[in-house]
Write a protein that binds this ligand. Sequence first.
Ligand code: SAM
Length: 265
Amino acid sequence: THFGFESIAESLKESKVGAVFSSVASSYDTMNDLMSLGIHRLWKDHFVRSLNPGSHTPGAPQTGWKILDIAGGTGDIAFRILDHATNINHDPNTHVTISDINPEMLAEGRKRAALSHYNGTGRLDFVEANAENLHMIPDNSMDLYTVSFGIRNFTHKDIALKEAFRVLKPGGVFACLEFSKVNNPVFDFVYKRWSFAAIPLIGQVVAGDRDSYQYLVESIERFPSQTEWRDMIKEAGFVVPGGENGQGWEDLTNGIAAIHKGVKP
Ligand code: SAM
């Protein structure tokens, strides 16, 4: 890069993301409910149900899935995965590693784990790591890689995708739940009003932190469209199944969020 400017900008971005999530860690769950009017819970439930973790071929040994929940934060996806595997698929073996770059978000996750019925079961563990460098996770070791509302914060999404590809077993699934582009102009107008005006204000009033929530809204705006993101997943080597619309993703609530999946051949 010219005179290293790009890398200075990048490291500034990383420290900014770090500061945002440190400042929101303790209010994170309440803020999610307020900002999305509780809808994020439905999206997350649907995301996990669509992955059907812990399922297995009838008659085959029930060995459980090995799952890596990247940018797992306070464990929203990980707990849902374990609940689904246990309650729906009667699978007591599925294991989730929650990984996040931010120690304060992980600390909130650990607190929740200690209070949950998974405490002491060995089915959850925590790793502090940047999604762009998962050297502590061996090649071809995971059945499923999940990332929910995390990837738009990554500096190099292409490198994170390569790491996802590396750690997954052949046949393993990359699954991403992320804010996306609204596919209906009228709804988009209302949604933009909500996100640009209300979310920073709620951030200011409830969490005493307007800037972090302003950053969150801007990061949603900058994230690639459904098509661009699908193409990046393909570029990393994944086979992209049709999704709901046959185009390779599933829109949730008119595209406010979308689910993208890729299979490692
Ligand atoms: N997955 C959780 C959920 O769905 O509620 C948490 C999402 S939270 C909006 C985004 C998380 O991404 C934060 O916990 C943040 O620390 C993490 N994060 C940001 N950049 C990261 C990176 N480069 N590597 C790993 N985690 C990162």
